[in-house]
Design a binder for this molecule. Structure first.
Ligand code: CO
Length: 221
């Protein structure tokens, strides 16, 4: 009698089946990837298991360079995200950086409520500061679900703004390298992405569109 498959073995078996499927559809697929990755996109998203970058955008291995952390942040002092951004822009020459948040984000919720959870509290400092800066508008919203949604959006806007101020992005723009920033938000309940309207390819445009997106978000209740 065969033993029931354990859940981790199942992943390895899934992988065999997946690789086989890809090979059948495109026999040279893996060989081509071996040579070099040349993704056009850098994705900066939340670690949340419900928001997998490749799957929700229909992209294959090799098509998107991915960085994920709790609450999709780009804090100035974070070596991890900034190393990823530098490599993506300067070595891979990605043409688009997408910051993607999601409604219902647990990190944003913890920051909104000032929950004390441990190490992640340090990580979320910037989101708590954002909450405090927007406290008047947030307090005027009818309920907590609304505050949470809006803070998820404001957080994406803030991260696009941070990104537009980084040395790496500024240097790309001033040297004429094509590079567009985008701020999106994903709704876990329906699987749909929404563009928050910050598609920008210059510092001036980013500043203008981030300010407009913030106004729009604060009006939307
Ligand atoms: Co999240």
């Amino acid at each position: 009698m065969s033993k029931p498959q354990d859940i981790v073995t199942k992943l390895l078996n899934n992988n065999r089946a997946w690789a086989e499927e890809v090979r059948i559809a495109d026999p040279d697929f893996f060989e081509r990837l071996k040579a070099q990755q040349s993704p056009e996109f850098l994705w900066i998203g939340c670690s949340d298991s419900r928001v997998p970058a490749n799957q929700i955008t229909g992209l294959m291995p090799g098509e998107v360079f991915v960085h994920r952390n709790v609450a999709n942040l780009v804090p100035g002092e974070d070596m991890n995200s900034h190393s990823v951004i530098q490599y993506a822009v300067e070595a891979l020459k990605v043409q688009h950086i997408i910051v993607c948040g999601h409604y219902g984000c647990g990190g944003v919720k913890a920051a909104l409520h000032g929950d004390r959870l441990g190490l992640v509290d340090y990580w979320l400092t910037g989101v708590r500061e954002l909450r405090d800066r927007e406290s008047e508008a947030l307090a005027a919203m009818p309920d907590d679900a609304m505050r949470h949604d809006r803070l998820c959006e404001l957080n994406v806007i803030e991260q696009v703004r941070n990104l537009s101020n980084t040395l790496v992005v500024r240097r790309a723009w001033s040297s004429g390298q094509p590079l567009e920033l985008h701020g999106w938000i994903y709704r876990v309940e329906d699987g749909l992405l929404h563009d928050l309207g910050m598609r920008s390819n210059s510092a001036e445009q980013a500043a203008k569109l981030c300010a407009a997106a913030r106004e729009q978000t604060l009006k939307a209740h």
